[in-house]
Design a binder for this molecule. Structure first.
Ligand code: NAD
Length: 311
C-alpha cells in the first residue's frame, strides 16, 4: 500500500507525518520540486520511527515520479500558499500550472490512483486536476470540508466546553468565504446544536468558521498546516482502509444539489474506489440559496481560469 504526497511544504510534510505515525500506508513517498527538501524531511520523519514506534517507510524524492509509481492515493499540496491580504483566488495563475503538470505526472506513473487535491483555490484546482487527469470523477476530489468542519466543530467545542469528538457537523459549498455551514445538520452527542447555543452565538461561530483560514494567515503570515495536513490524512485513511466514511468532500457534480459541471463540497461516502456515493440531503430554501451563491463564486474563478489558457 503506497501513498504519495506531492509538495513537501507545510501541509504536505504534516500530512505525510500523520500518515506515517498512524501507519496508514506501508510506504509513503514525499515529493517536491526543490532539491533535497523532500529527502531531508522524509529522512527526519523516518528517524522518529523508533521513538514513535511505527514502521511505515517514508521516502523522499526530488521530482522523480518513478518513485511514486503504483500509488493507491496521491495527495497534491504543491503550490504557493496565501500571505496576509491575499484571497485563495489570488493563487490561481501560479497554482493551476503547477497542479496541471503534477497531475499529469501522477497519472502517468499511478494510473489507478485516487487523487486528493489540497492546493488553493481548492475547488478550481480540483477542476484543473480533473481536466488534466482524464480519469473517472470518483477518483479526483478535494480536501476542504473535512478541515472547515473541523474548524467549526473545534469552535463549538470551545464554546460549549464539551469534547470535539461528540460534535457532528455538515458543511457544504466552496472552500472560501461563501462556504455553507449547516446548523440544522449539526449535533452535539445527538442533540441538535440549536438546543444548546443561542442563535446569535451560533452565527458568530459560523462567521468565524468561514474566515477560519484567514484568521490563521493573519496570525502566522502564511496559511495553516496542522489541521489541513491531518484532514487530508483522514481522507487517505478512509480510502486505503475502505472505511466508507461519510465526509464532506469537494466533488464533481452532475446535477446533484441543482449544480452541474462544477466542483463543490458535498457529503459523500469515501472508500477504496474514491467517492463511492454523493449523499443528497434536503436543503431548505435559505440553505439552497447559500449553496447557489457559493457555487456562483466558484464559477467566477473557473471563468478566470478558463480565460487564462493554462489548461
Ligand atoms: N484545501 C485546504 O483546505 C488548504 C489548507 C491549507 C493550505 N492549502 C493550500 O495548500 C497549498 C500548500 O500549502 P503549504 O502551506 O504547504 O505551502 P508550502 O509553500 O509550505 O509548500 C508548497 C510546496 O510545494 C512545492 N512545489 C511547488 N511547485 C511544485 C511542483 N511543480 N512540484 C512539486 N512540488 C512543488 C514547493 O517547493 C513547496 O515545498 C497552498 O496552495 C495552500 O493555499 C489548502
Amino acid at each position: 500500500m503506497k501513498v504519495t504526497v506531492v509538495g513537501a511544504g507545510n501541509v504536505g510534510s504534516t500530512c505525510a507525518n500523520v500518515l506515517a505515525h498512524n501507519e496508514i500506508a506501508n510506504e509513503i513517498v514525499l515529493l517536491d520540486i526543490k532539491e533535497g527538501v523532500a529527502e531531508g524531511k522524509a529522512l527526519d520523519m523516518w528517524e522518529t520511527s523508533p521513538v514513535n514506534m511505527y514502521d511505515s517507510r517514508i521516502v523522499g524524492s526530488t521530482n522523480d515520479y518513478s518513485k511514486t509509481a503504483g500509488s493507491e492515493v496521491v495527495v497534491i499540496t504543491s503550490g504557493i500558499p496565501r500571505k496576509p491580504g491575499m484571497s485563495r483566488d489570488d493563487l490561481i495563475a501560479t497554482n493551476a500550472g503547477i497542479v496541471k503538470s503534477v497531475t499529469e505526472n501522477v497519472v502517468k506513473h499511478s494510473p489507478d490512483a485516487k487523487i486528493i487535491i489540497v492546493s488553493n483555490p481548492l475547488d478550481v484546482m480540483c477542476y484543473t486536476a480533473y481536466l488534466s487527469a482524464k480519469v473517472d470523477k470518483s477518483r479526483v476530489m478535494g480536501m476542504a470540508g473535512v478541515l472547515d468542519t473541523a474548524r467549526y466543530r473545534s469552535f463549538l467545542a470551545m464554546e460549549l466546553n464539551v469534547s470535539p469528538k461528540d460534535i457532528q457537523a455538515l458543511l457544504m459549498g466552496g472552500h472560501g468565504d461563501t462556504m455553507v455551514p449547516l446548523p440544522r445538520y449539526t449535533t452535539v452527542g445527538g442533540i441538535p446544536v440549536t438546543e444548546l447555543i443561542d442563535p446569535a452565538k451560533l452565527d458568530e461561530i459560523i462567521e468565524r468558521t468561514k474566515f477560519g483560514g484567514g484568521e490563521i494567515v493573519k496570525l502566522l503570515g502564511t496559511s495553516a498546516w496542522y489541521a489541513p495536513g491531518a484532514a487530508a490524512a483522514q481522507m487517505v485513511e478512509a480510502i486505503v482502509k475502505d472505511q466508507k466514511r461519510v465526509l464532506p468532500v469537494c466533488s464533481w457534480l452532475e446535477g446533484e444539489y441543482g449544480q452541474n459541471g462544477i466542483y463543490l463540497g458535498v457529503p459523500v461516502v469515501l472508500g477504496k474506489n474514491g467517492i463511492e456515493k454523493i449523499l443528497e440531503v434536503k436543503l431548505n430554501d435559505a440553505e439552497q440559496a447559500l449553496l447557489d451563491e457559493s457555487a456562483a463564486a466558484v464559477r467566477n474563478v473557473m471563468g478566470v481560469l478558463d480565460g487564462m489558457n493554462v489548461l
